[in-house]
Design a protein around this ligand. Structure first.
Ligand code: ADP
Ligand code: MG
Length: 331
C-alpha cells in the first residue's frame, strides 16, 4: 500500500533556482527508500518540500500525498499534526536541531505532549523509554545537548522523530556529520527501529553504498530530477544511468572518506540550478554522452524489472549495451 507519493514535485527557490524538477516517487508502508546524489542535487529540498518546511517565497508545485492526503494543500493546523504523528524528519546536524537550553528529555517529551493528549508525567516516562530504544540510558534525559557526543545527539534526534509513532521517517544525511564508526551504528539503529516498528523510511545520503546497505529501493537524483530508480542492490551493483554508475563507483565501501564528496572519474560539479544546461543536465560531465544529449532531455524509461533510468542509452527494447560497464571503457 502506498504511504507517500510525490507527484510531479517541483521546487523553485526565490530568485528562480529550480532545485527540484518534476519528481515522481512513491514509498509503500514500511518500505525503505534511499535517495542518493551529490551535494546540490536537490535531495534536502525534496525532503523539506514534503513536510512543507521550505522558506517563505519558495514556489512548490505538484502533490505530496501522505495516505492520499495532499500535504501541500493542507491547512497549517493539519500540517503541524502530520509533521510528528504522520511523518517526521531527522536532519544532519543534531546540534542545530536541538535546543541548547533545554534538557534532551524535555525536548523528546514535548511532541509527545503536544500530539499525544497525555500527561506531563506520562510524556516524561515515554521520553525515557525512547532514549532506551535508541541505546541511551533513560537517565540521560536530564542532559543538555552539549553534554552529549555527536552520535548521542543524533540518537536523541531519532528518538524525537519516533516519539509520536509516525508512519514515515525522513532522514536527511543523518550520519554525515559523524565519524565513520558511529555512522554505521546510527544507521543500523535507524534501520532496526523502522523495521521493528514498521515505519517507512526515506533515507537521504550522498553515499550510495550506505543506502544500498540500508534500503529496499534507491532513487538517484541529479540536478533536481530522479535519473534512476530501482531495487537498492541492483542500482548499486549494476547502475544503468552513467551518473548513478559514477556514484556507485565512488563509494565502494560504506562511509569511504576518501571518496566522500567527489565521485571518482567524474570531474566537475552538479550544475547550478540557476543555470541548468540544455538537454540532459548531466551531459557536460557524461562519459557516454551523444551529440543529441546537449539538446534533448531524457525522461525516465523502463530499464528492466522495477527499474527506470533517464538516459538515451537505456531503452525498453535495447539491451542498453552502451551503458553496461563491462562492454565499454570509460574515457
Ligand atoms: P542537496 O540536499 O542534494 O545537497 P539541496 O536541496 O540542499 O541539495 O540544494 C539544491 C539546490 O538548491 C542547490 O543548488 C542549492 O544551492 C539550492 N538551494 C538550497 N536552499 C536554497 C535556498 N534557501 N535558496 C536558494 N537556493 C537554495
Ligand atoms: Mg542536503
Amino acid at each position: 500500500m502506498t504511504l507517500l507519493e510525490l507527484r510531479n514535485l517541483t521546487v523553485t527557490y526565490p530568485g528562480g533556482a529550480a532545485a527540484v524538477r518534476g519528481v515522481d516517487l512513491s514509498v509503500a508502508a514500511g518500505e525503505k527508500l534511499g535517495i542518493a546524489g551529490e551535494s546540490g542535487c536537490g535531495k534536502s529540498t525534496l525532503a523539506l518540500a514534503a513536510l512543507r518546511l521550505l522558506p517563505v517565497g519558495t514556489r512548490v508545485g505538484g502533490q505530496v500525498l501522505l495516505d492520499g492526503e495532499d500535504i501541500l494543500a493542507m491547512r497549517w493546523g493539519r500540517v503541524r499534526a502530520v509533521r510528528w504523528a504522520g511523518a517526521s524528519i531527522v536532519f544532519q546536524g543534531a546540534m542545530h536541531s536541538l535546543n541548547p537550553v533545554h534538557r534532551v528529555g524535555e525536548q523528546i517529551a514535548e511532541p509527545v505532549l503536544l500530539h499525544g493528549r497525555t500527561t506531563p508525567a506520562a510524556a516524561r516516562k515515554r521520553a525515557g523509554e525512547l532514549l532506551e530504544q535508541v541505546g541511551l540510558p533513560a537517565a540521560r534525559a536530564s542532559a543538555y545537548p552539549h553534554e552529549l557526543s555527536g552520535g548521542q545527539r543524533q540518537r536523541v534526534m531519532i528518538a524525537m522523530a519516533l516519539a509520536c509513532d509516525p508512519r514515515l521517517v525522513i532522514a536527511d544525511e543523518p550520519t554525515t556529520a559523524l565519524d565513520v564508526m558511529i555512522q554505521a551504528q546510527v544507521l543500523r539503529l535507524i534501520e532496526r527501529l523502522v523495521s521493528e516498528q514498521d515505519v517507512a523510511l526515506v533515507m537521504i545520503s550522498h553515499d550510495l553504498a550506505v543506502l544500498a546497505d540500508t534500503c529496499d529501493r534507491l532513487a538517484v537524483m541529479y540536478a533536481g530530477r530522479v535519473v534512476e530508480e530501482g531495487a537498492a542492490r541492483a542500482v548499486h551493483e549494476d547502475a544503468r544511468h552513467p551518473y548513478a554508475r559514477a556514484l556507485s563507483g565512488a563509494f565502494p565501501r560504506i562511509g569511504d572518506p576518501a571518496s566522500r564528496f567527489a565521485p571518482r572519474g567524474l570531474p566537475g560539479d552538479p550544475p547550478d540550478p540557476f543555470a541548468l544546461p540544455a538537454g540532459c543536465a548531466f551531459h557536460p560531465r557524461c562519459p557516454v554522452a551523444l551529440p543529441g544529449c546537449a539538446t534533448d532531455d531524457q525522461p525516465l524509461r523502463a530499464a528492466g524489472t522495477g527499474r527506470e533510468a533517464a538516459c538515451v542509452h537505456v531503452g525498453a527494447d535495447t539491451e542498453d549495451a552502451a551503458t553496461t560497464p563491462k562492454s565499454r571503457s570509460t574515457p
